[in-house]
Write a protein that binds this ligand. Structure first.
Ligand code: HEC
Length: 90
């Protein structure tokens, strides 16, 4: 289950239909602070922060939401988190 949960959480953030339904089945509504931020801070923030190596920050709800659709795609395709610079992978 663990490898799929981050994708599910990001999909719910993006409001992707089938994933949103599955997220609803988990009963508690997904929140940025409780569900998304810990993943972003652990796996993305090393690069996706102001003045980081990535082209945009993901540290806030507003920034993550703005990129939610692409986040769903890159996490599902496992092209992010990038593996260079010692980034961890799922
Ligand atoms: C080791 C550094 C690093 C880490 C860690 C990292 N990224 Fe990135 N990310 C980049 C860089 C550099 C780019 C711009 C170049 C590219 O698109 O590959 C990027 C681009 C992106 C893009 C835009 C891709 C596109 O083609 O539109 C998204 C979305 C993204 N990252 C999401 C994430 C998410 C979500 C995580 C954590 C789960 C993450 N990244 C972790 C470095 C990183």
């Amino acid at each position: 289950m663990r490898p799929h949960r981050p994708v599910l959480v990001f999909a719910a953030l993006a409001g992707v239909g089938p994933f949103a339904v599955v997220a609803a089945a988990l009963q508690a509504p997904v929140t940025f602070t409780r569900d998304v931020a810990p993943i972003v801070f652990t796996s993305c923030a090393a690069c996706h922060r102001p003045d980081g190596s990535a082209p945009f920050s993901l540290l806030t709800y507003v920034h993550a939401k703005a990129h939610a659709d692409r986040i769903v795609e890159v996490t599902a395709a496992r092209t992010m988190p990038a593996v260079e610079a010692g980034a961890r992978t799922w």
